[in-house]
Design a protein around this ligand. Structure first.
Ligand code: PMV
Length: 346
């Protein structure tokens, strides 16, 4: 028997960063992210049953990508209790991204959440039941996606998600993310994220290695406490449009803490480029001169996410185009904003 499912799933950008994990991809600290809109993966998965062992073939942007297979097989090996049929199935994945893979725009978040959704969809087809996109569906999708890549569990909810147990949110959980769009002011619902591509090359040190380095870092306990404090402050300031200064301070501090952690491990490394630093300084200068509430965050890579309220687009975008594109590889940038979460494509 053959089954097929197609989903589109977005990337996300963390404002409070997940950095450090334990056990079955459980986070060492809570994180909060904007779900993106333009940066997404579109995936079609085909499952052919009746094999002796599982197998995976991946087409990425129309080309065979065998280097992706081990990570996907390792993900599948964690899912045998949920999808027992996977053990005898040959899977074909045809995946396309709207953004460069591995350049610090969480491509694993969109890809792993798309895989989770395709598997759940195929599971329903196998059992002959219809898909009901209710709260329980998304919670399960988030939990499954987490096993593929931690940050992927936040991609399944619209606008803002929170992942990881925190005292500040009674129903928060390490197993799955929870939707947070209903708790924020309208001001943040269509927040803009213009992603400046300083480099589109694959990053030199993987996030897996970065998480592992946290295990022996003497700063780790202080970092986890700081993330806990930032989540508490951020959810309170995003509940109104009036705490913009505090929002900016938390976003930029989190971005720089993430990169500082990379620089102080046993095998220190730097993922920022000189142009990353130039862009951050230009943002500080512009904000000081104009009082426009524009700020930055960084993922695990050199590219800069420029964040600002939608009503400032008319001012900020021309400034980005005239001042910041010279720091970008080939002048590349992506216009993105907080988005509505995954979409079933068939
Ligand atoms: O999901 P992973 O294991 O690729 O880790 C990603 C961690 C960061 O993107 C750097 C931060 C985050 O919270 O998304």
């Amino acid at each position: 028997m053959k089954y097929q499912a197609s989903w589109r799933s977005p990337s996300n950008i963390a404002l409070v960063k997940y950095w450090g994990k334990h056990g079955q991809q459980w986070p060492q600290n809570p994180s909060l992210s904007f779900t993106l809109s333009s940066c997404h993966t579109t995936m079609t998965m085909k499952a052919s049953m009746g094999n002796d062992a599982p197998s995976v073939n991946v087409l990425y942007e129309g080309q065979p990508k065998p280097t992706f297979v081990p990570k996907i097989l390792s993900f599948f090996s964690k899912l045998n209790h949920i999808f027992p049929w996977l053990k005898q199935t040959s899977i074909e994945i045809d995946s396309r991204n709207t953004f460069p893979h591995g350049a610090g725009i969480a491509s694993s978040a969109s890809a792993m959440s798309a895989i989770a959704l395709c598997l759940m969809d195929i599971d329903h087809k196998i059992s002959g039941t219809s898909v009901d996109l209710n709260a329980s569906w998304w919670k399960t999708a988030s939990e499954i996606a987490r096993l593929g890549s931690g940050s992927a569990c936040r991609s399944v909810f619209p606008v803002v998600s929170v992942w990881g147990k925190t005292e500040s949110i009674p129903d928060s959980n390490d197993d799955f993310a929870i939707p947070w769009a209903d708790q924020i002011a309208n001001h943040y619902r269509n927040y803009q994220d213009t992603i400046l591509i300083v480099s589109a090359s694959e990053k030199s040190v993987s996030s897996t290695a970065g998480h592992a380095m946290m295990e022996n870092l003497s700063y780790a306990p202080a970092r986890y406490a700081e993330a806990e404090k930032h989540i508490k402050e951020l959810i309170s300031c995003m509940a109104t449009p009036f705490a913009q200064e505090q929002f900016i301070s938390i976003c930029e501090s989190e971005a720089l803490q993430l990169h500082a952690l990379m620089m102080c491990g046993a095998s220190p490394y730097i993922l920022m480029e000189a142009n990353t630093v130039s862009i951050m300084k230009e943002i500080w200068r512009y904000r000081k001169e104009t009082s426009v509430p524009v700020c930055f965050t960084l993922d695990a890579g050199p590219n800069v996410h420029v964040l600002y309220p939608k009503e400032y687009t008319g001012k900020v975008l021309p400034w980005i185009q005239s001042t910041l594109l010279k720091y970008c590889a080939g002048g590349q940038y992506i216009l993105d904003e907080a988005g509505q979460g995954p979409q079933k494509m068939d």
